[in-house]
Design a protein around this ligand. Structure first.
Ligand SMILES: Nc1ncnc2c1ncn2[C@@H]1O[C@H](COP(=O)(O)OP(=O)(O)OP(=O)(O)O)[C@@H](O)[C@H]1O
Ligand SMILES: [Mg+2]
Length: 246
């Protein structure tokens, strides 16, 4: 049975989709069969990140409309042999129930080691109900105080609902954003949100370039090292929490 990991954040644009792609890619490279399910209806982007827009034959709407089984609707990602995606519907108004999503996840779980769920931003019941089905919730924030506050509110709500299986990713960390007080400021963010850290991802121009071109991250990209370490930790391996920022 696969491990379901939901990637979420209070504020939009924190890097959830990039992180799903980065962690999915590195988990697959490390040998774990991985499926990314994109739940951000109308805001499909995983196909662009992986440079496979023309290869997507089916998406979640075909599954929701009963045209095809979920397992047959997934597309293999060309840049990593163990990686698969089930893209979001193009239509932002596609009707869906939480039960449908849960049933789709259940129907494919035994075929993958990891299922990563990319959610839309924001605090709404829909996201909470789906995300709560996951074995692990990755809460994504940037060092921006507004983002930190939203992540804290999101995480508190998970705790209030009894969900303690949360880990924190701090994304887009740069000298400009944090400066010389790096460790102290990261500590403050972790304390404010109250969730154990699983990784720090640097602000990385290479990520921006690669994802917009649909190409793999170059092997020396700082964000790739961060994703690789997070994937190792998710697989239960030891990976030091080093932070390299430009
Ligand atoms: N570590 C990073 N370094 C540089 N740019 C980044 C990083 N992470 C994400 N980005 C950029 O930030 C933007 C938003 O990222 P992304 O789409 O992954 O966020 P999101 O949280 O999924 O957004 P949404 O809430 O709209 O779904 C993109 O342009 C992406 O390339
Ligand atoms: Mg997104």
């Amino acid at each position: 049975m696969s491990k379901m990991i939901a990637v979420t954040s209070g504020k939009g644009g924190t890097g959830k989709s990039s992180i799903c792609a980065g962690i999915g890619y590195t988990l697959a490279k490390q040998g774990s069969r991985t499926l990314i399910i994109e739940l951000d209806f109308g805001l499909r982007c995983i196909d662009i990140i992986f440079g496979m827009t023309n290869q997507i034959k089916y998406d979640l709407s075909d599954v929701l409309d009963g045209k095809i089984e979920a397992l047959d609707a997934v597309t293999r990602v060309p840049m990593a042999s163990n990686l698969f995606v089930l893209c979001a519907p193009k239509n932002p108004f596609q009707q869906v129930t939480v039960e449908q999503i849960i049933s789709i996840c259940r129907s494919v779980r035994k075929y993958y080691d990891y299922i990563i769920i990319d959610t839309g931003a924001g605090i709404n019941n829909h996201v909470f109900d789906i995300v709560e089905q996951a074995n692990l919730i990755l809460v994504v924030t940037t060092p921006d105080p507004i983002c930190v506050r939203d992540a804290q509110m999101m995480s508190d709500e998970f705790y209030a609902r009894g969900n303690r299986r949360q880990r924190l990713i701090i994304n887009k960390v740069s000298k400009k954003a944090i400066g010389a007080k790096l460790v102290r400021d990261l500590d403050e963010i972790i304390d404010t949100i109250g969730v154990q850290l699983i990784g720090v991802v640097p602000e990385d121009d290479q990520l921006l370039i690669s994802t917009s071109k649909g190409e793999p991250l170059p092997s020396n990209a700082p964000s790739l090292a961060a994703f690789d370490a997070i994937a190792k930790r998710l697989r239960g391996e030891n990976a030091p929490l080093t932070v390299k920022i430009g």
